[in-house]
Design a binder for this molecule. Structure first.
Ligand SMILES: [Zn+2]
Length: 172
C-alpha cells in the first residue's frame, strides 16, 4: 500500500502539479505546457484529459484558418476543484461525526474470536441472545474508549486540514 501511494504522490508532484501550475500561469496549449515543464507531450495530453474527466480542467477548440488544424486551449477550473475538496471534506467529517455519535450512544458486544460486533439492541435481539451467530460463543462487552479516542483524533486531523485549506484559499 505504501509503495502504491508513494507512486501516486510522485505522479502528482512530477506531472499533475506542474501542469496545473502552467495552466494557472496562463499557458494554454499542451505543447507549450510540455515545453515549459519538460514533461513529455503524450503524458501532458494524457494528464490534461484526466483532469478534464475530473472536471477540473476544461478546453476550448478552435480551428486555425490557415492550417485547418484544431488548437485546444486549456483552462484550469479552480473553483470546481475548490468546491470538490470542500464537499469531500464535509462528507468525510459528517461520516466521522456520525460514527463517533454511534460509538458514544451505544454499547457494543463482540465475539471473542472476532466474528461479529453488535450494538446492544442487536446483541439482545431474541434471534442472537448474546451469542455469536458464527461460533455460538457468548458475546463479550467491549470497552470502546479507544475507538472513540481514535475517531476524535481523526476528526481533529480532517478538521485541521480542511481549515488550513480554507485559510490558503482565502490568502491566495
Ligand atoms: Zn464467533
Amino acid at each position: 500500500m505504501q509503495y502504491i501511494s508513494n507512486d501516486i504522490n510522485e505522479t502528482v508532484d512530477k506531472t499533475i502539479i506542474p501542469i496545473i501550475k502552467s495552466l494557472t500561469e496562463g499557458i494554454e496549449t499542451d505543447e507549450e505546457i510540455a515545453e515549459k515543464t519538460g514533461i513529455k507531450l503524450n503524458i501532458v495530453r494524457k494528464m490534461l484529459y484526466k483532469l478534464y474527466d475530473l472536471r477540473i480542467a476544461n478546453y476550448k477548440r478552435s480551428k486555425d484558418p490557415e492550417t485547418q488544424w484544431f488548437t485546444y486551449s486549456w483552462k484550469f477550473e479552480e473553483n470546481e476543484l475548490i468546491s470538490r475538496i470542500k464537499k469531500d471534506s464535509e462528507t468525510e467529517l459528517n461520516e466521522l461525526n456520525e460514527a463517533l455519535n454511534n460509538e458514544e450512544q451505544n454499547m457494543f458486544f463482540v465475539c471473542p474470536y472476532g466474528h461479529v460486533r453488535f450494538d446492544f439492541d442487536t446483541a439482545a435481539d431474541p434471534y442472537y441472545e448474546f451469542l455469536c451467530p458464527a461460533c455460538n460463543e457468548e458475546l463479550e462487552y467491549q470497552d470502546n474508549t479507544e475507538i472513540i479516542e481514535n475517531l476524535k483524533k481523526d476528526i481533529a486531523i480532517v478538521e485541521g486540514n480542511y481549515n488550513s485549506f480554507l485559510e490558503k484559499i482565502k490568502n491566495s
